[in-house]
Design a protein around this ligand. Structure first.
Ligand code: 6OG
Length: 157
């Protein structure tokens, strides 16, 4: 059914090291006061991968030298006809120094001790797939409160 609705393309990228992931506390806008990966809208003149790399640099200071696709998420909000199509990546190869920006306050977390209580409600559902290196696709239907998931479909690819 999601093919009939207008979609907007987003990226979400997680920098990893051996035991940790860099998350950012979003300081403003959609999802503010939540920890998340880095990302945003894909611009018209860039690829999805380029968008992920650009957003990571803008929001964290890190410059990814390679990225790996790992998931595809569709979010439906009951009060919004536009579907969020979020392309999820990880990166293990990046240079530069982590810096706080106007949008994000970056912080490293142990990959097995995630701050899920301060993250979007879908994240604990698909995070285990990402950790296992298992690509995934998911659809989540949210109430207008942006907290309650009324329905979900999630599978390994
Ligand atoms: P800007 O508004 O900052 O882009 N995003 C979500 N991420 C997760 N994990 N769960 C959700 O559940 C999300 N909804 C949106 C996609 C928004 C950023 O937030 C992500 C983008 O990286 C509903 O331009």
């Amino acid at each position: 059914e999601h093919q009939r609705l207008p979609h907007r393309l987003y990226t979400l990228i997680f920098p990893l090291d051996k035991t940790r992931v860099l998350l950012g506390m979003k300081k403003r806008g959609f999802g503010s006061n939540k920890f998340n990966g880095f990302g945003g809208k894909v611009e018209p003149n860039e690829s999805i991968e380029q968008g992920a790399i650009r957003e990571l640099r803008e929001e964290s200071g890190l410059c990814a030298q390679s990225v790996d696709k790992c998931g595809l998420l569709f979010f439906y909000f009951e009060d919004d006809p536009v579907v969020m199509e979020v392309h999820v990546f990880v990166t293990r190869e990046y240079v530069g120094d982590v810096q706080e920006t106007e949008e994000m306050r970056p912080q490293w977390f142990d990959i097995h001790d995630m701050p899920f209580k301060q993250m979007w409600a879908d994240d604990p559902r698909w995070w285990p797939y990402l950790l296992k290196g298992q690509n995934f696709a998911g659809q989540f239907w949210f109430k207008a409160d942006q907290v309650t998931i009324t329905h979900e479909k999630l599978r390994a690819l």
